[in-house]
Design a protein around this ligand. Structure first.
Ligand code: TA6
Length: 297
């Protein structure tokens, strides 16, 4: 939900899309379509809200999320790129966790608007600031296709003369009524437990969450289904281009530790992420592209 945000319209982009700002000039793209409402920020090309008409919100946004050009937004779908979490290099150079894309200013264009839905394209190209952190030429495009569901494609184009490898994630925070009343099916049979020294473990066929969880599942074939019991719905997540699926809930301890997450925030969120977490990442040759995708229905 974004009704708590105090925004003012600065530009009407179309009948259904407006550019709005908060009292600090932080820019939001607000979409009111006949089939759904949605919102992005230009900072990070960050989907912060999606709610189909007569449905519960699909995407969770922390009520304590900070809208600050130097920080990532807690909730929504953070675009984590060109690395996932912290790497040896990012730690040694004191670089931002999950890369710089989610804390960079992107450009946006409206690709199409129809009675069925809206397609937007956000772009981030290599610049002096990015090359000071990660010395490669690239164009990053987030294609967002919104209708009765969310379809996000993160397209990495290597516009340089040398190949590079990247990692990252479409770090989706799903909105659920009560995490203790949810079950998750369709995950792979093995995972790495980031909360237990990265041990490799065998998964249950059906995952229930009753405490902090931070796990990297092997890539699965097909859908991951979150049975959001109290909302009487199933949320289906289909990922492609990923090498893993990250499943995360900070639980009570993590919620209390994060200033930008209410102490009870863990109760109504569940991260199911289309991720590239392998040490080697995905190799993108000069002039080539790679697409990381997630479809949330
Ligand atoms: O996706 C799981 C994770 O890597 C967790 O370890 C936790 O750090 C989470 O991402 C949130 O990271 P953030 O940098 O957004 O606080």
């Amino acid at each position: 939900m974004i009704s708590h945000l105090r925004l003012n319209t600065t530009k009407t982009l179309s009948e259904q899309i407006t550019l709005q700002v908060d009292d600090k000039g932080y820019e939001f793209v607000i979409i009111n379509h006949s089939k759904f409402d949605a919102a992005f920020t230009l900072h990070g090309a960050h989907l912060i809200h999606f709610q189909a008409k007569n449905q519960a919100p699909l995407i969770y946004l922390s009520k304590a999320a900070l809208f600050d050009d130097k920080k990532a937004i807690r909730g929504g779908v953070p675009v984590c790129w060109p690395w996932f979490g912290n790497t040896e290099e990012s730690l040694s150079k004191k670089l931002p966790a999950h890369g710089f894309a989610r804390i960079s200013k992107w450009e946006m264009s409206i690709v199409s608007e129809t009675p069925e839905g809206i397609d937007l394209a956000f772009t981030l190209s290599a610049n002096e600031a990015t090359k000071a952190i990660w010395d490669h030429d690239f164009t990053l495009t987030l294609k967002a296709s919104l209708s009765d569901h969310v379809d996000l494609s993160l397209i990495t184009e290597n516009t340089g003369n040398d190949s590079f490898s990247y990692g990252g994630a479409l770090h989706s925070y799903l909105c659920v009524a009560d995490i203790t009343q949810c079950s998750i099916e369709g995950l792979a049979a093995t995972y790495t437990d980031s909360l237990d020294s990265g041990k490799q473990k065998t998964a249950e066929a059906v995952l229930t969450v009753n405490g902090p969880i931070d796990t990297i599942y092997a890539v699965n074939n097909g859908d991951v289904v979150v049975n959001d019991l109290q909302n009487k719905r199933k949320i289906t997540v289909n990922n492609t281009g990923n090498d893993s699926v990250v499943v995360w809930n900070p639980w009570i301890s993590g919620s209390i530790a994060f200033a930008d997450l209410p102490d009870d925030g863990y109760q109504t969120m569940m991260c199911i992420e289309s991720a590239i977490t392998s040490k080697q990442g995905v190799l993108v040759e000069a002039g080539q592209i790679h697409t990381l995708k997630t479809v949330i229905i």
